[in-house]
Design a binder for this molecule. Structure first.
Ligand SMILES: [Zn+2]
Length: 255
């Protein structure tokens, strides 16, 4: 099974190409470029296969309707293929949103020597955006705290999550988010694993933490409901695509 290795240009051992056409935020994968004269971003090597993002201009659709969003692509592709497609969407979106310098407004150019856009006037560099977000499963004895966010589209209970603020550590971020969202105090969280989350450019950092004190008091602007659940009475939980589900499954397997 090949690994995907991100890089700036194809290696000498290229045998085939994988072109991930990014149409809006959906993807269409082909072994050839289906549209001319449009920006491309090299993604990296997947074994001997060179992977590219092809940024399809707004309003065009070389897939004739067969492009699928990343949520739907999960499950149809392997996990590594899904990650490559997520990288394609993120880099295409980065290219679209960094055409001009954020400081002086001059049109930017690809720097070439690294993954950045450079302003030829003032020299400002813009790298692909990556927003660290933490997610944590809080446990108390044989129960875990699961919450239904106000933004969830489906009636589903998940781990608590939030973006890391400038100036705080991941651990501080976890403690703050848990306190803000459900009013509960926890001990120092333990890092478990991470997952790229290209919706649109997050990096999810998964933690576990033990409850210390406090009853659940939801912040109604973020959390519709939160409860303590035993393993044998779990509510509707997130699908396998998410690290939230992995954190919950790991905990369930310990029981
Ligand atoms: Zn500039």
């Amino acid at each position: 099974m090949s690994e995907f290795v991100p890089s700036l240009s194809p290696s000498a051992s290229v045998s085939t190409h994988r072109y991930i056409h990014v149409i809006g935020s959906s993807v269409f994968v082909s072994d050839r470029i289906e549209i001319d004269d449009t920006p491309q971003h090299f993604l990296g090597m997947f074994g001997d296969e060179a992977c590219w993002a092809v940024d399809v201009p707004h309003g065009e659709d070389p897939s004739y309707g067969s492009a699928i969003d990343l949520f739907s692509y999960f499950g149809r592709a392997t996990e590594v293929e899904w990650a490559i497609a997520g990288r394609a969407v993120q880099l295409a979106e980065w290219g679209r949103t960094h055409k001009f310098c954020g400081r002086c407004g001059t049109a930017t150019e690809l720097a070439g020597n690294d993954r950045s856009m450079k302003c030829p006037s003032c020299g400002l560099l813009a790298y692909p955006r990556l927003a660290p977000a933490m997610i944590t499963l809080v446990t108390r004895g044989d129960q875990a705290l699961l919450a239904r966010g106000v933004a969830f589209r489906a009636p589903m209970y998940s781990c608590l999550a939030g973006f890391v603020e400038p100036g705080e550590s991941l651990e501080q971020s976890v403690i703050r988010e848990v306190r803000e969202e459900v009013g509960v105090e926890i001990d120092t969280p333990t890092y478990v694993s991470s997952q790229p989350w290209p919706f649109p450019h997050s990096l999810m950092l998964g933690f576990r933490a033990n409850w210390l004190s406090g009853d659940i008091v939801c912040d109604p602007t973020e959390i519709m409901d939160a409860q303590w659940y035993r393993r044998d009475e779990l509510p509707n939980i997130p699908p396998r695509i998410s690290i939230a589900r992995k954190l919950i499954d790991m905990w369930v397997a310990e029981g």
